[in-house]
Design a protein around this ligand. Sequence first.
Ligand code: AMP
Ligand code: MG
Length: 428
Amino acid sequence: MKGTINHTPSCADPTDPNSISVAQALSQIASNTKALQQSELLPIRDCLNRICSQPIRSTINVPGHANSAMDGYAIAFSDLQRADSQDSQITTFKEIGCAFAGRAFDTACESGQCIRIMTGAVMPDGCDTIIMQEQAEQRDDGFIAVDSNHRLGENVRYAGEDIKQDEVILNSGDKIGPADLGVLASLGIGELNVFRKPIVAFMSTGDELVSINKTLGKGQIHDSNRYTLYGMLAQLEVDMIDLGVIQDDFDSIRSALLDAAQKADLVITTGGVSVGQADFIKTALEDIGQPEFWKIAIKPGRPLTFGKIQESLFIGLPGNPVAVMVTFNHFVIPAIRQLSGAPPTKVPVVRATSTEKMRKRAGRLEIQRGIASLSEHGQWQVSKTGKQGSGILTSMSRGNCFILLHEDNDGVEPGDQVEIQLFDWSQI
Ligand code: AMP
Ligand code: MG
């Protein structure tokens, strides 16, 4: 006899009325996350990749003085008009000295004179134009000859041309990159105020988990999530606390979460967020904190718990290793970014041609792992890494991108365009 059962929506369904969209999840994370206010003053080299916490204004002009952009001869442009030879196109100048970078030539240049000048040397008084060495003819009698194909001010770098005194060169929220270190150095600034690093505590949960270097018993697996979490967190400017593996037990999880919340700005767990009988994250969070949501319309990664424990943010990632990495990329990085004091950003996506068919039902964001490459015509193309199960962690290590199949997508044919996001764990 045929019959039906009342089934509960699950990750096998493309849509689940209890799931919120990725966009809703991100906006709830954003509205519950406050940037850390504390900052620290550090030597500029230690500020690389950190977030600037106050606007920086220049107190000087860079460069400080007009100077030469070339090795050549400093002249007064108006002198080129002198017709002092039979050929009115040619002007001659008497060389009266030489200016070096860091060693100016202090005698003013008069009409008919020039000063030999090196790149970076201060423009001598009376000069406004530099003739490149290669464009002047040196004569034996201490004179040079210059033709008329020149323009006023050529090869001169002006005071303040790069940075003007009082100009804002960094704003609060800017991430300090290598060029910023150079700009700060060019202003003579040796120390900078940056926001302190967020402290992130993380732990795995599961009775089946065994540390590396230990032999597996029946049904046991090695804890891989703490290693991928470590790897992803290490690419960000955070201080990490690895709290190890917690057993599937309400009291152990509850006390581990309370302890973590004392120490960290953000607490991350993996596993135990589903509806199984050994899944205690949600109930523990309900007991000691405020859950905000626990299911997102995303595959993999649907069961994800977000909330607060005391002053800390809490993100309970799924247990499946691929789901951990996908949800870290999509939800944890934006939260850390916001904690760090950086403004929100859109992660760059690239359009690529799919080389293969991809099954997909509309209703949720599905994220597959792909191998993307540039064709000889400079177009991105992408294929799947093979098996896409959320336990197939090698799909992440073999792949180089996520393939984003959006909610409304209902399948991909070879040749269709898809969006890809190249792996980049340092997006902040
Ligand atoms: P859970 O959400 O706890 O039911 O876990 C879902 C799946 O992920 C199970 O097959 C777990 O064994 C696996 N899993 C959970 N935690 C880890 C971990 N730390 N490392 C590797 N696999 C894990
Ligand atoms: Mg578990």
